[in-house]
Design a protein around this ligand. Sequence first.
Ligand code: SF4
Ligand code: SF4
Ligand code: FES
Length: 244
Amino acid sequence: MTVKFTINGVPVEAEKGESVIDVARRYGFEIPSLCHHPAVEPYGACRVCLVEISKGGRKKMTTCCNYEVQDGIEVVTDNEDIRRNRATVIELLLAEAPKAKAIVKLAEEYGIHKSRYEKEGDPVAQMHDGCILCGLCVRVCTEVVEVSALNFTGRGDKRNVGTPYMETPQNCIACGACAYVCPTDCIGFEEENGVRRLKKWNRELPLAKGEDGRPFAPQFQLWYFTQKAGLDKDFYKKGGPGSR
Ligand code: SF4
Ligand code: SF4
Ligand code: FES
């Protein structure tokens, strides 16, 4: 079913169920985001995708990654108010992850070079260790990889992202999808001496070798894929990318 509305005065069309951010981007409007990925369910955690939406004569500022398109709404993606609110959100996130390249870059675009909220030795920031609790790693691991090795833990100041009981997750296949989507690069993906390592989850797995003798993927990941896809157990040794 087609939904019709406007973005910055431009008439647009979308499919029912789409989010405003995905439609806006399809039409070429730029909206910053840190916790959004079209492959997973929205979570609305980072709040940098703020826009203004008017509906039935009422206007409100809201995150648009988790706002479903509706007929007749008027979306504004950029104005002074939006930029001021986004700047505050970005400054808070910068205090949490001052070394995260994506956040530093975004902050600079909003004229922020150092966060006023950054506190030397802040125990909460230290516990998060560069993580902004966007939940992308959790959602990707659960919804895309379907391994569910990660979760949110604790409440309030103790809220964090990690593995059950903060122990090495034995079901993690070290695919690296969580590290790939992490907006702050705080998971730590490394490959060295035939071993793939996810530092934050304390998970290390040996890599299988391809036909050229080079390590290319964890044996456990290949086993998981063959099981999941119902492939022959020797798929990666025979016709597949090759493993020894
Ligand atoms: S590397 Fe492990 S924790 Fe990360 S997405 Fe893959 S299975 Fe999940
Ligand atoms: S580790 Fe990265 S992806 Fe996971 S919640 Fe933290 S910032 Fe987001
Ligand atoms: S991208 Fe919308 S809240 Fe994070």
